[in-house]
Ligand binder design. Structure first.
Ligand code: TRP
Length: 365
């Protein structure tokens, strides 16, 4: 596909500015200050949005709003996924009603993953880690795309009435029937919370990576086209950057060397960190002279996204790397310690999370 974004094959996005100009994603800058208690927002990792003013208003005026997202149950839950989990719990704490689905239909249609296998991954990997990371069972609705209420499927089928194949091709390029069903299912994921049976029309925020923006555009169009029938409010979105893989390239569930899973033993994580790609120079001497490049460093990304919450401490690491005072070996060791500390605590929390996860699943039986 020439200029579009293909949500199924995207690797890294090198030019985020293009997203603003070409696709109409707006800069998140003006909301940054107001939500600066969120690390990803404060640090510009959440960089874009559509229609976020509706959500800010709902937050400030204590109006009801929805946060909805779907998880692709494709493998082990890693630090890349943690960023989404943290955003979910952030909105939940701000009062959002959380709608969360397992995209097991999409996993089957696009990747051929057996729905029973992906259900297990959704529960053991994703849901359990979400709860351990702070997701509460209150104000939460969880569902499986392959096993939900008829009202949802009825909405999905109706949505297909007001979109043409040409429009879909313009957004996504060529689509197979499976892809068509999976994108319309995703629109139903996002819009069904606004059906009267699920709470009625209200502002909705979908935090996504830039790769998912085509789905947001489609869903916003569909929301407007079904305004008469359902009084849908077009969903808002935020757009975040992705952490790169530990070896450079993409962080992927299927390549253990590219990620640290939240269930990795601290020693395993430490080894992966020691072998990760950094922004360092070829020799220690050169690094002392020229300094490192934190912007190209997977270790710095781990600290920036997850492991250092204190901005001034992060600034010190950044400055010491740039000046050449901090050498990669030392920095990796520090990162490995931070990771070990986090993983040990997290893995304890996972054990406690299991009961809550059972209750969430009982709820939908
Ligand atoms: N397509 C998303 C992914 O690949 C998963 C998903 C399904 C989703 N339904 C959703 C994301 C609704 C946001 C909102 O990860």
């Amino acid at each position: 596909m020439k200029d579009g974004i293909d949500p199924w094959s995207i690797g890294e996005i090198s030019d985020y500015r293009n997203l603003f100009e070409e696709f109409g994603i707006e800069s998140f800058e003006k909301f940054r200050e107001q939500l600066s208690d969120n690390r990803y927002i404060r640090r510009g990792i959440v960089f874009g949005h559509r229609d976020f003013s509706r959500i800010i208003k709902a937050i400030h005026e204590d109006e009801r709003f929805v946060m909805i997202t779907g998880l692709m149950p494709s493998g082990r839950f890693h630090f890349g996924h943690k960023m989404v989990a943290d955003q979910i719990t952030y909105y939940q704490k701000l009062g959002a009603e959380i709608f969360l689905c397992s995209a097991d239909l999409e996993a089957y249609l696009i990747r051929g993953i057996d729905p029973e296998a992906s259900k297990k991954i959704a529960v053991d990997e994703y849901l359990t880690n979400y709860v351990a990371l702070g997701l509460s069972e209150k104000n939460l609705r969880f569902w499986f795309q392959t096993d939900y209420t008829p009202l949802y499927y009825k909405l999905r089928d109706m949505l297909s009435k007001k979109i043409t194949l040409n429009e879909l091709n313009a957004i996504y390029g060529k689509l197979s029937p499976g892809k068509i069903i999976s994108v319309i299912t995703q629109a139903a994921d996002i819009l069904h919370p606004q059906l009267k049976e699920f709470g009625g029309p209200r502002p909705t925020i979908v935090p996504v990576g830039a790769d998912q923006d085509p789905h947001i555009r489609l869903t916003r169009d569909l929301a407007s086209r079904f305004r008469k029938e359902f009084r849908f409010i077009p969903p808002s979105s935020t757009c975040h950057k992705f952490m790169g893989g530990l070896q450079g390239g993409k962080m992927s569930s299927s390549d253990p060397k590219s990620h640290i899973a939240l269930t990795d033993e601290p020693e395993v994580a430490a080894k992966k960190i020691m072998k990760a790609k950094t922004g360092g120079r070829t020799t220690a001497r050169e690094q002392r002279e020229k300094g490192g490049i934190p912007e190209d460093c997977m270790i710095y990304d781990l600290l920036l996204y997850h492991l250092i919450d204190d901005d001034s401490q992060l600034e010190t690491v950044y400055g010491d790397c740039k000046s050449g005072a901090l050498i990669c070996g030392e920095c990796k060791k520090f990162c490995a310690e931070k990771a070990a500390e986090f993983l040990t605590k997290h893995q304890k929390k996972r054990k406690k999370a299991k009961k809550i996860v059972e209750r969430i699943l009982d709820e939908i039986k």
